[in-house]
Design a protein around this ligand. Structure first.
Ligand code: MLT
Length: 406
């Protein structure tokens, strides 16, 4: 008789955004005809930019002709895209990253979940709290998190680094030394971002402790302030301690197209000299047949002059929403954070209300869906996340409804 992987049985409830989707579906069924505005999951709403659409069409045409048809993609990614990434996201920013250190994938969510496979099961993981749930859940699946402490609402073997109003939502160095440190900046969910000196502190710490940082840069396109780094490789010493994850979902609207990449420098080795780069390459070769050619051509188009212009327009569109949300909430008296270097706004729930109670109040009273802060970790309790990825019309209407709700 087969047995299931019992680590999976330790997972608690369903994935956060699936839980929300179920709650919203149930509410809709009970209240047919209600016009619900979703500012919950960070999913884009604008159509793909013209330059991307053309690249997708052109690549599809190539696939339809005998002379230009392509089968399996190279598992680490096509040369044309790896070069475009190395040139535009790194060389132009003064970062030393070679195209061979870039692994093209179907997105940062998969990579952020899968990357832990190349680390020993007894490695100690540290996460910011609140945290993008994928980092924790995938370590639960891997049996790395120990038991769940119901009182603290934490996994016993995970080091939680609270990100609170008091520390400006930037984690402090923990008392216990981690082996793997997850950092997302600009941050999901708080919408805040680390300055260069704050990130440098983590790079120095990781090098000193021989820990690795998994740096999630999915939201870097939203950075508006000069002293916020777009890549961890802007920090000195990052090549020996950091992996970086990137997504085309948030900058170019690829949530439904699927494309991302991960950087693993060849200088990143464990104490025995094992290169993480080789292990990840081995994993790609075995478990992955490469992101589709058509998507990778679309990714390449993102880096063309026209592509850069168009995606800047897309980012500005969403950041206009961030302004609408920030100013609207402030006018209503809410305490708000984020929304300047990221498409997320993190608000303190009023009158000590729990995150889920506030979720219900928003859903039933304003027909607006947001994400309860406690779903991202214990320090998220009493907070609520709104996304700027809606349309202008829906975002304005949502704020109007929130204003009416009082
Ligand atoms: C979110 O809402 O947090 C995002 O959709 C996360 C993701 O990109 O998977």
């Amino acid at each position: 008789m087969f047995k299931v992987n019992e680590d999976y049985l330790n997972l608690r409830g369903s994935y956060l955004f699936s839980t929300i989707a179920k709650k919203v579906a149930a509410y809709k069924e009970e209240n047919p005809g209600k016009d619900i505005i979703s500012l919950g999951i960070g999913d884009v709403t604008r159509p793909l930019c013209p330059v991307i659409i053309k690249a997708l069409h052109d690549a599809t045409d190539e696939m339809s002709k005998q002379e230009t048809f392509r089968g399996y993609a190279p598992d680490l990614g096509y040369e044309f895209l790896r070069s475009a990434v190395a040139e535009n996201d790194y060389r132009k920013r003064g970062c030393n990253v070679d195209k061979d250190e870039i692994f093209i994938s179907d997105g940062a969510k998969s990579d952020s979940g899968n990357i832990q496979e190349i680390f020993s099961k007894d490695n100690r993981v540290a996460v910011c709290d609140p945290v993008y749930p994928v980092y924790v859940d995938t370590n639960v699946m891997a049996g790395r998190t120990g038991e769940f402490d119901e009182e603290k609402m934490q996994w016993k073997n995970v080091i939680y680094m609270p990100c609170t109003r008091e520390n400006g939502f930037s984690p402090d160095i923990p008392d216990n030394t981690p082996d793997i440190i997850y950092i997302c900046s600009p941050n999901n969910p708080t919408g805040t971002a680390m300055k260069k000196d704050q990130l440098q502190k983590w790079v120095d710490y990781a090098n000193e402790k021989k820990a690795v940082i998994i740096f999630d840069a999915a939201y870097e396109a939203y950075i508006s302030e000069d002293d916020v780094p777009h890549s961890i490789y802007e920090c000195e010493g990052a090549r020996t301690c950091a992996i970086e994850l990137h997504s085309f979902s948030k900058n170019a609207g690829f949530t439904g197209v699927r494309l991302g990449y991960t950087v693993i420098p060849k200088d990143l080795k464990d104490e025995k000299g094992n290169m993480l780069h080789s292990l990840w390459a081995r994993r790609h070769g075995t478990k992955y047949n490469g992101a589709p050619y058509i998507q990778q051509r679309a990714g390449e188009a993102v880096y063309s002059e026209k592509g850069q212009q168009e995606i800047r327009g897309l980012v500005s569109y969403y950041m206009e929403n961030a302004k609408t949300i920030l100013s609207g909430l402030k006018e209503c008296g809410y305490e708000v954070y984020g929304g300047v270097n990221a498409p997320y706004i993190w608000l303190k729930t009023p009158e000590g209300m729990s995150s889920w109670d506030f979720f219900d109040r928003m859903l039933t009273g304003a027909n607006v869906v947001g994400t309860p802060g406690s779903g991202f970790g214990p320090s998220g309790e009493g907070y609520f996340r709104l996304t700027a990825f809606g349309t202008h019309e829906n975002t304005k209407e949502a704020l109007e409804r929130i204003r009416r709700l009082g």
